[in-house]
Design a protein around this ligand. Structure first.
Ligand code: ATP
Ligand code: FE
Length: 355
């Protein structure tokens, strides 16, 4: 079964073609960084306009790269139904519905976070995680610890009380006035931390450890810590390069430590409840962070030294938004002949427990 999938929930205009044997024929991601960098984050009106401009080109390029024929080779059309920014989602949904209706192909609207969570079932084959697994979704709009018991049943064990980890990375990157890389502000922060010039500055006060021992996240205090330090110094212009680097590294360590603590609480919870979790999945844009990946490997080895727990990350390019994950997730529904009507609507605020 071959699907053409469209994703436009945030600022990337994406189209991909994937089939039920896990073959990825094409994966087009058209970024909008140049448009949003001056604002320091996604500017919704520009994002909608740019999706409108780019969507036909993304679809055309996905078809060209795949060498497939839309009418003959594509069996179904999928799109991101939610959660996400309504105006942005509607561009992708309308493109998908029109294609499906005109070509009389079946249609499936996909949950964006379910797609982030199921990506390793596509990419880690044949060593993919087995249910039930714990998944930590770390992205621009969410920070969730989920217990996945099947492809369409997820229980939220922890969520954020304020902002997402991705947003926090974006804010710190902006506070430190870093230039975005082609992968955006979070990636810029990671690259800045990894550069070796500038020794750690001993005068940075220790970062807070919010909600210790609780199954809940909080990142606002971490980025506020950075903000306050800069204010006390009288502005970013008064910070030396080594102070900036120490702040960035301190933030990255504190954010990842916070994730680790919650993951361990989740694993202990499953142990107490006799839920036989053998796999951990980490996905979403922030899971492309190399420091996070290394720390998580070490953290799970500490927790379970006989390594019977598997840890899976999608490849970095499929951690950030893409339409491959949307196509893959839709395939479970296409194969079950559980498709949507052409008049289906968006669900911009869709809880993953309500699939
Ligand atoms: P959601 O999936 O919650 O709807 P989104 O789709 O906007 O949000 P993703 O594309 O999954 O989010 O992830 C984008 C986020 O990941 C941004 O906040 C970005 O800064 C962050 N990010 C990307 N690469 C890295 C990195 N290497 N280190 C840290 N953060 C990163
Ligand atoms: Fe996303």
């Amino acid at each position: 079964f071959t699907v053409l999938a469209i994703e436009s929930s945030a600022d990337d205009t994406c189209c991909a073609i994937v089939d039920s044997t896990r073959k990825i024929y094409s994966n087009i991601v058209m970024k909008q960084n140049d448009i949003h960098e001056p604002y320091g984050g996604i500017y919704p009106m520009s994002a909608i306009g740019t999706h409108q401009q780019n969507m036909p080109c993304a679809v055309q390029r996905a078809l060209d790269d795949s060498k497939l024929d839309l009418l003959r080779d594509i069996d179904g059309i999928a799109f991101t139904r939610g959660p996400g920014m309504p105006g942005c989602l509607s561009v992708g949904m309308n493109a998908a519905k029109t294609l499906a209706a005109a070509l009389r192909k079946p249609l499936v609207g996909v949950h964006h976070m379910q797609a982030h969570a199921l990506t390793p079932l596509l990419t880690a084959w044949p060593n993919q995680p087995t249910f039930p697994f714990l998944t930590q979704l770390v992205s621009g709009g969410h920070t969730l610890l989920l217990l996945a018991t099947s492809v369409n049943s997820f229980r939220i064990l922890a969520t954020t009380r304020d902002e997402s980890i991705g947003r926090s990375f974006d804010k710190v990157s902006k506070l430190l006035e870093l230039n975005w890389t082609n992968l955006g502000p979070g990636d810029a922060l990671e690259k800045f931390c990894a550069e070796d010039s500038g020794v750690d500055c001993p005068s940075i006060p220790a970062f807070p450890r919010p909600l210790l021992g609780k199954l809940a996240y909080s990142f606002a205090a971490l980025h506020s810590h950075v903000k306050q330090f800069i204010e006390v110094q009288g502005g970013i212009a008064n910070l030396t390069l080594s102070m900036k680097r120490a702040l960035a590294r301190g933030f990255q360590i504190a954010a990842v430590q916070h994730l680790e603590e919650k993951l361990l609480l989740g694993l202990n919870y499953c142990k107490t409840e006799n839920i036989p979790v053998r796999s951990v999945v980490v996905s979403g844009g922030v899971a492309s962070n190399t420091f996070l990946r290394e720390r998580f490997q070490a953290c799970l080895l500490d927790f379970d030294s006989n390594t019977s727990l598997s840890l899976t990350f999608p490849p970095p390019s499929l951690c950030t938004d893409n339409a491959v994950m949307i196509g893959w997730t839709s395939i479970y529904r296409f194969l079950a002949q559980d498709t949507d009507n052409y008049d289906i609507g968006l669900r911009p605020k869709w809880c993953i427990e309500d699939l």
